[in-house]
Design a protein around this ligand. Structure first.
Ligand code: ADP
Ligand code: MG
Ligand code: MG
Length: 907
């Protein structure tokens, strides 16, 4: 016995999307909760898999299909293939994961020379009948017979030209009849066979083709891009649904709706519809549809029904739905529903509001928002102050603003985008074939189609800016021109689009960073309540610290002091310190640096108060503050030449008896500069290392030049004391980099304690300052138990630790062999981007365990890029870390990811 392959909508399990596909499962569910769905049935994805590569659907499957067709005939009171009362069906794809527009659907199946007259007779509507017929031949020809789309389009354009009309809607019944005949001819020519007349043959071929569209290039590319694996969706199911017609007259319509506004999240009716049109027309963007609010005036009773449909869907699914419907002669049918694709703004707002409305729990709301999606909220918008007026206006289809060069086709967009050029994809309308252009573009601009057109839906899903239906622009792909009211855009011209207003501007417009909505604040507060991990920020300047606080950082996990030395007013002092030939000279330079560092820390502490600030003592090798040897050699050579020239000039002036200007450079000055450069060169050569990253840096510097660390420690502690004097609470933590043995820590700690005592007496205040260690060498992990006897906290420096774990130098690895390693799956990911759980994770786990063995109160965290990566955060939570620290703009992402980690663990 084979498993059951076919389920009527009344019997399928609405939760079983793996078997029935998302579309099929929801059609079953909607039927069962009493919504008006046209009768139909689902052929399972499993049936599709048994078909495999065979040229047609196995007969076992077709036997079940036939018996379900008979039941369908009874339900609708029509007969499949009947010349008097023909039943027509759609054959629709639908996999477990929604892949909008990636697979195929055939409408009006069951039409042929015998049934068409029946349909015409019954509906007394020739235009409708021939329209349905030509659509069927077109879709079936394209999907099931592989006839190129363009051949049909050519015929259609030709007929329109002859008839002198622009839009399909202008074609009369006779035109459409001609068109059907031409289409049949195209099929015959292309396939060498007449168009199939037998309705069951049509059905079997359509089912086979839809199953096969799963492995079509478009679908495969989509799954690769969005990482849809076979466990998430394994083949498509096929839905066979009795046709209902939105194109039988002015009491008919078809539309797409969202239960809430997918751009803003507002709880309101949202969507678009077209009167007298068939399904695909709205999505294809061939005619620009009307906003659903207009239906309230145009068809008040149906609008009321639509509101009821929307309410039922939300009350049932407790999640924003995107639904498709058709109105056939005053009756509303629901044809599809699925979880609405929204941008991050809307996702956050609807999740938070649904909690307030009692529809879902806070935990559900948190899990509904994908942490990395929050980055969309950090999208820029336009600074409209003093802006010149827009050159075109379309619909605000996907919010955010973007600038780039106009590009008129997806291939070119991809080429330019790959090479790093910012582009805006400009099209009359987009099709699924354009998807690669979307990936490469900053934003999308179309001249046709509404807010539910392909361009709009796809752009929203990707969080890219989109302006759709800018009808004032005439876009010509062939000539690569867009012309509008007094404006001509050539390929390469820079424009700015504002997907939040629908405006299009010439040139690049200034942007302002986005703000944090109240809903997002609320959601992140809930996240903090749930999360087991604290989220700190890496920040080296007061500005970055201010931003970190705005994003909700609970402190600073990494303040890199060397960044403070690179500012142009400090670098000379740093150089002076490095070039010092005696201890006294070095101390003099450090004495000048001390007040500067102290001020830096005071500013940071003020901004962060009362949150903790972890300061890392100097880490990089000293030569990083000096010019390169080559640079110095070039300078010295140039100075020598210059000295010769100056000497010649002086002689010439003397010979002429003219006196030199007072401020003219003299030989002696140049000689002394050369001497300084040579001194620096000697120092650079002396400091030069074969492998600087593994060389004289971190605590090793602090041990060899104790005065440097002492200056820094003093600056931290004095800043603390002074802030306390001003009544500002500060919680400094001193962190030592590159540690390999507890003895290094002891050495530095002694100096902290001595200085602390001294400063406490001087300022007559008790200071509290934690002392800890970076864990970024393999030996530190192995020795974590002894380190934890000295350190109060650990912070994994995962960049260096990754290099140490792999024995890779990051730059060399990433530029030479890592891409090949990941492409050929020798490594699953770049370990510098995605924390290597298998390898380095084991080391980390061991270090945490050993550290807590000797110091149960040990606080452990992670700083570095990995600290802001959701999957890495998950792992950090699993191994019991106390905090993650990441760059300020990633703090919101990390806060939500930390909550996810806790929620998913407790499941
Ligand atoms: P997609 O997955 O691309 O949305 P669908 O299977 O939903 O494809 O079908 C494409 C269009 O045809 C949709 O607008 C849908 O509403 C419409 N459609 C599908 N089946 C029917 C039907 N039985 N009657 C009327 N319209 C239909
Ligand atoms: Mg489709
Ligand atoms: Mg659909």
């Amino acid at each position: 016995m084979h498993p059951k392959y076919v389920y009527a909508f009344e019997e399928g399990d609405g939760k079983n999307t793996q078997l029935l596909g998302g579309k099929g499962a929801n059609l079953c569910e909607m039927t069962q909760i009493g919504l008006n769905v046209p009768p139909g049935f689902v052929i399972t994805a499993a049936a599709g898999r048994t078909s495999g590569d065979t040229p047609s659907v196995p007969s076992g499957v077709m036997t079940e299909v036939r018996s379900h067709m008979h039941r369908l005939e009874q339900k609708v009171g029509k007969a499949f293939g009947s010349p008097t009362n023909p039943l027509l069906v759609s054959v629709r794809s639908g996999a477990a994961m929604s892949m909008p527009g990636m697979m195929d659907t055939i409408l009006n199946l069951g039409l042929n020379h015998a049934t068409l007259p029946g349909l015409l007779q019954q509906t007394k509507n020739e235009r409708f009948g021939y329209d349905a017929y030509r659509r069927f031949i077109h879709l079936f020809g394209k999907v099931a017979l592989g006839v190129p789309d363009a051949l049909f389009d050519e015929q259609c354009e030709a007929i329109k030209r002859d008839a002198g009309v622009k839009a399909d809607a202008g074609l009369r019944a006779s035109h459409l009849r001609d068109l059907s005949a031409r289409f049949l001819h195209v099929v015959q020519q292309q396939t060498g066979q007449p168009f199939p007349e037998d309705v069951y043959e049509q059905l079997a071929m359509a089912i086979t083709a839809v199953f096969r569209s799963w492995t079509g290039t478009r679908a495969v590319a989509y799954r690769r891009e969005f990482h849809i694996t076979p466990t998430m969706a394994n083949g498509t199911a096929v839905n066979v649904v009795a046709m209902v017609f939105g194109n039988m007259g002015d009491d008919c319509a078809t539309g797409v709706g969202f239960t809430r506004n997918p751009g803003t999240g507002a709880n309101e009716m949202y969507g678009e519809y077209l009167v007298n049109a068939q399904g695909e027309d709205v999505v294809a963007g061939l005619r620009t549809p009307k906003p659903v609010q207009e239906m309230q005036r145009e068809m008040p009773e149906l609008y009321r029904q639509l509101v009821a449909l929307r309410n039922t869907l939300e009350a049932h699914y407790h999640e924003v739905q995107e639904y498709e419907y058709t109105i056939e002669q005053g009756t509303l049918y629901c044809l599809q529903t699925r979880t609405g694709k929204m941008n991050a703004v809307a996702r956050v707002r609807t999740a938070v509001e649904m909690v307030h409305e009692g529809l879902i729990s806070k935990e559900q709301a948190l899990l509904r928002v994908n942490p990395s999606e929050l980055e969309q909220l950090l999208h820029p918008c336009l600074d409209l102050q003093g802006a010149h007026p827009p050159v075109a206006q379309g619909l605000p289809a996907s919010p955010g603003a973007a600038s780039g060069q106009c590009v008129f086709d997806a291939d070119r967009a991809e080429i330019l985008g790959r090479s790093g050029v910012k582009v805006i994809l400009v099209r009359e309308e987009t099709k699924p074939e354009d998807i690669h252009g979307f990936f490469a573009a900053q934003g999308i601009l179309t001249s046709r189609g509404g807010k539910t057109s392909h361009a709009a839906v796809v752009a929203r899903g990707m969080g890219k800016a989109c302006v759709a239906g800018a009808e004032g622009l005439h876009i010509e792909t062939k000539t690569r021109l867009a012309t509008g009211d007094g404006v001509t855009l050539h390929e390469g011209d820079v424009i700015t689009i504002d997907g939040s207003t629908g405006h299009v501007y010439l040139g690049e417009m200034p942007m302002i960073p986005p703000h944090f909505s109240d809903e997002l604040q609320t959601l992140l507060t809930w996240a903090d309540d749930v999360a087991g991990l604290e989220v700190l920020a890496n920040a080296d300047t007061p500005e970055a610290a201010t931003q970190a606080v705005q994003y909700g950082a609970m402190g600073i996990g990494l303040c890199r002091t060397e960044r403070m030395f690179n500012a142009s007013d400090r670098l000379p002092l740093m150089v002076e310190m490095i070039l010092a030939s005696t201890t006294e000279e070095r101390q003099q330079a450090l004495d000048k640096l001390l007040p500067i560092q102290r001020d830096d820390f005071m500013q940071m502490f003020r901004v962060m108060s009362p949150r903790p600030v972890t300061v890392r003592l100097l880490d990089p090798p000293m030569h990083e503050f000096l010019p390169s040897a080559q640079q110095l050699l070039d300078d010295i050579a140039a100075l020598h030449e210059y000295r010769v020239a100056v000497k010649g000039q002086t002689t010439a002036f003397q010979a002429l008896g003219v006196s030199l200007p007072d401020d003219a450079p003299c030989e002696e000055l140049i000689t002394s500069v050369i001497a300084k450069k040579q001194q620096m060169l000697r120092k650079v050569q002396e400091l030069s290392e074969v492998n600087p990253m593994l060389g004289h840096r971190g605590v090793r510097l602090g041990i060899t030049y104790p005065a440097i660390y002492e200056m820094q420690i003093r600056a931290i502690l004095e800043a603390t004391a002074r802030c306390l004097q001003d009544g500002i609470q500060v919680w400094p933590e001193i962190m030592v980099p590159q540690v390999i043995t507890a003895r290094e820590l002891v050495r530095v700690k002694q100096s902290v304690e001595a200085l602390q005592q001294h400063i406490e007496t001087q300022y007559r205040r008790k200071l509290v300052c934690k002392f800890g260690s970076m864990i970024e060498t393999v030996r530190a992990c192995l020795q974590a138990d002894t380190l934890a006897e000295v350190a109060e906290f650990f912070s994994f420096g995962t960049n260096d630790l990754t290099q140490a774990t792999f024995s890779f130098s990051r730059e060399d690895a990433e530029s030479k062999f890592l891409p090949l390693y990941t492409a050929s799956q020798l490594l699953p990911d770049n370990p510098f981007e995605v924390l290597d759980v298998e390898g380095m994770g084991t080391l980390m786990q061991m270090a945490v365990a050993k550290g807590r063995q000797t110091n149960p109160l040990l606080k452990v965290g992670i700083c570095g890029e990995h600290g802001g990566h959701p999957a890495s955060i998950r792992f950090c939570s699993q191994i019991g870390l106390n905090y993650v620290s990441c760059s300020a703009p990633r703090v919101p992402v990390a806060r939500l990811a930390a909550a996810h980690a806790t929620l998913l663990e407790s499941r």
